[in-house]
Design a protein around this ligand. Structure first.
Ligand SMILES: [Zn+2]
Length: 253
């Protein structure tokens, strides 16, 4: 039996409320409800609240479609210092998120951001030549100035993902508060592919309030998860993916 323990550390909870695709630093106590279908779906996000105006008015929005003929770059290198974190997991109503509870950072070209959380989308939000992957992992980082950087990793169906197995085996099916699954941990340092060539561009959160100024790094080499693992996620979220947005001439480096 999985033993659940509510994480009482208020700092952890506060950090969850202040980062992530769905919550901005300025978010109110009662954010306006949004979703992926119907009247509260992505086409309407910008109209749901003045706080979400960037979703419709922004010019550097995410995700985008990537032309795979454009070579992903190894420079500047993604220097990742990811470590093993206890499994603190929750369903925020829009995705399943793991609160990163260890020291860890991403450094690119001299800029450093601390790891805050990672979460998933199905199907992938970034597409290659218009084609989505089965899922996408977003590792979200933030620096002391509140600026964000995200590493996106496409997940294709294939070999079971042993690194992420503790996540896929403990997905909260209902909206929930962060809980630590005792005895389980995730070695985030082992989750990325060896080749960290990535497409980089300036974009946004892919969920309301769609805040811009997010440094995106979409890793070219996908990782895999088994059909069983993917099914476990899509049984909860069968589509939590924002459609691709116009690149508006943005360079991809
Ligand atoms: Zn995301």
């Amino acid at each position: 039996m999985v033993r659940w323990r509510v994480v009482l550390a208020s700092l952890v909870v506060l950090s969850i409320l202040s980062v992530g695709c769905g919550d901005d630093d300025e978010s109110q106590a009662q954010p306006v409800e949004w979703g992926y279908e119907g009247d509260i779906g992505p086409d309407h996000w910008g109209d749901l609240s003045p706080e979400y105006a960037a979703c419709s008015e922004g010019t550097e929005q995410s995700p985008i479609d990537i032309d795979s003929s454009f070579a992903a770059s190894l420079e500047p290198a993604l220097e990742v210092d990811y470590r093993t974190t206890p499994l603190v997991i929750f369903n925020n109503g829009h995705t399943v998120e793991v609160e990163y509870a260890a020291d860890g950072a991403l450094t690119v070209g001299g800029d450093t951001w601390e790891v805050r959380q990672f979460h998933f989308h199905a199907p992938s939000e970034h597409t290659l030549d218009g084609v989505p992957a089965a899922m996408e992992l977003h590792i979200v980082h933030q620096n002391d100035d509140g600026e964000r950087a995200v590493v996106g990793v496409l997940i294709e169906e294939g070999t079971a993902n042993s690194v992420l197995a503790p996540v896929f085996e403990n997905l909260p099916t209902e909206q929930s508060a962060p809980m630590e699954v005792e005895g389980e941990e995730v070695d985030l340092g082992a989750v990325l592919p060896d080749d960290l060539a990535a497409w980089r561009y300036d974009g946004s959160l892919t969920t309301p309030p769609c805040s811009e100024g997010v440094r995106w790094h979409v890793v070219e080499t996908p990782i895999t998860a088994s059909a069983t693992q993917i099914d476990a996620f899509t049984a909860i979220f069968d589509n939590n993916s924002r459609p691709t947005q116009s690149a508006n001439g943005r360079p991809i480096d």
